[in-house]
Design a protein around this ligand. Structure first.
Ligand code: FAD
Length: 473
């Protein structure tokens, strides 16, 4: 029997024959990424149901020297969750690890398995009268394991931080199949190196996350959602500062959108509202208070009225119901999918000091217009976190595929400017296989060397998601 057949037999013995998928029909959805940019092949898609099964699968793959690509909801944006084209790897699909292990309301913690969707985690928290604040448009299919492995951000980072800030403990299957039980639920623990931090944001290259202890919070009981029309990005930054001063940490979200992404979102979903037509820029503002009858709407209204007075906003619309608030959020969250429907575009997920964003946008638009006449800017993002999705679409009449040939040149213009402004080439989506070369170009060589030595220590045989974040050595 050849090596692959022996491994497949061993994997079937561990997880059961039905959980080892090999037919094209069964494996196809696992082999292409959400954006449909990265198509891979695999020996099999393996679906373990417990941590012990994950550990046994990892041991079998280690013995065979077979690469393992961890996969949650396969919604990542950098090709990290799909294998390369060699067909030698297995995809380790973690969605059957979907149980709540424990909820401790007094300690405000929730222990869940990695394959639970983010939406299911939020529901589990709400079911106990608590709140898990991580939120992003893909939460119905993205898993908490994938969120942690990519250190996901989303729409409430301004108040609650990235996934990293929300994790107290992890259970991880290491590259040799040992299970590290780091499921601590402590807010203070200074007992040496904080090992869980290594696995958060490591995109499946250092270990397989099988469970996590998450921080919970009191749920919001008074909410205010507003949509503001703005003259330019400088006004958006001024409005953000004003709202921070007025609301403190009750300001949970501040999303910036240019007119084009709003129009694309409505084109894809015509039932969505068009609250303030005819302006170049918009902000979506979310404020929350845990007190049931806080005067939050009054504070938000007063701050926005003062912003209009100061020329920071041209007009505002305040949601009058939960439905209206939801529709405004859908208008924002539908942008990624709307863009996907428009065809390929050149994406940049960048972060900058918030104060630099107006200058960056002005400089980048000048340089890109000169290089790509007619280029369309689909600029939106989590301005409150200094995070822009700075995406470029083909000029009207140019086939998107032709425009994509300019990706490397566009990346150079955008990322050089990001570096000049002290920013990051990946704010929240990670590196995967999409940005490995850019990482090498912009990261300090000493940091790359440290990352390589951590990889070599934790995964000496290089079987965990090889070729992701760092090139294979
Ligand atoms: C419409 C849409 C909106 C989005 N909005 C945001 C946003 O606002 N903010 C944001 O940060 N991201 C956003 N994303 C991208 C985001 O990174 C992913 O949605 C999510 O965090 C990944 O979860 P997943 O389960 O789909 O992981 P996958 O895509 O399956 O995997 C992502 C990476 O994590 C690794 N991985 C997955 N599970 C594990 C595990 N258990 N152990 C170890 N490694 C693992 C994979 O190998 C891969 O490298 C969006 C995506 C979509 C489609």
């Amino acid at each position: 029997m050849d090596k692959d057949a022996t491994l497949l037999g061993r994997l079937e013995a561990i997880v059961g024959r039905q959980q080892v998928l090999t037919s094209d029909a069964d494996t196809a959805p696992h082999l292409i990424d959400w954006r449909r940019y990265f198509q891979g092949r695999a020996l099999a898609v393996v679906r373990p149901g417990t941590t012990a099964e994950v550990a046994a699968v990892v041991r079998a793959c280690r013995d065979a020297g077979t690469p393992i690509v961890a996969q949650g909801g396969n919604t990542g944006h950098c090709g990290g969750s799909v294998p390369d084209a060699s067909g030698t790897a297995i995809v380790l699909a973690l969605t059957r690890l979907n149980r709540v292990r424990a909820i401790d309301v007094a300690n405000a913690t929730l222990t869940v398995e990695a394959g639970m969707t983010l939406a299911a985690v939020q529901e589990a928290a709400a079911g106990s009268g608590m709140y898990f604040p991580l939120s992003l448009a893909a939460e119905g299919s993205a898993t908490i394991g994938g969120n942690i492995a990519t250190n996901a951000g989303g729409t409430a980072v301004l108040r609650f931080g990235n996934a990293r800030e929300l994790v107290l403990g992890l259970e991880v299957v290491l590259a040799d199949g040992q299970v590290w039980n780091g499921l601590r639920s402590l807010r203070k623990d200074n007992t040496g190196y904080d090992l869980k931090q290594l696995f958060i944001g490591a995109e499946g290259t250092l270990g397989i996350i099988t469970a996590a202890v998450l921080k919970l919070f009191a749920p919001p009981r008074t909410q205010a959602t507003a949509f503001a029309a703005l003259p330019d990005p400088a006004a958006a930054v001024a409005l953000l500062s004003r709202l921070k001063r007025a609301l403190g940490d009750r300001l949970t979200g501040f999303e910036l959108m240019a007119a084009l992404p709003v129009a694309l979102s409505r084109k894809a979903m015509p039932a969505l509202p068009d609250p303030l037509p005819g302006h170049p820029w918009y902000a979506l503002v979310q404020a929350d208070d845990t007190a049931p009858d806080a005067p939050l709407p009054t504070v938000v209204e007063a701050a926005l009225a003062a912003a209009i007075e100061a020329g920071e906003a041209r007009d505002v619309a305040i949601a009058q119901s939960g439905e209206q608030a939801k529709a405004l959020w859908t208008l924002r969250e539908n942008i990624a999918d709307a863009q996907r429907q428009e065809g390929p575009n050149i994406k940049h997920d960048i972060s900058l000091p918030v104060s630099h964003i107006p200058a960056f946008i002005a400089e980048a638009e000048t340089a890109l217009r000169a290089a790509f006449p007619g280029v369309r800017f689909v600029t939106f993002g989590h301005l409150g976190d200094g995070n822009l999705h700075y995406n470029l679409s083909a000029p009207e009449g140019t086939p998107p595929k032709d425009f994509m040939t300019g990706t490397a040149a566009a990346n150079r213009i955008v990322h050089d400017l990001v570096a000049a402004h002290g920013g990051s080439i990946s704010a929240e989506h990670g590196i995967g296989q999409a940005k490995r070369d850019e990482l090498l170009r912009y990261k300090d060589p000493l940091e790359i060397a440290l990352m390589k030595s951590i990889k070599a220590t934790l995964d000496p045989a290089g079987i965990l998601n090889p070729g992701k974040i760092l090139h294979r050595t």
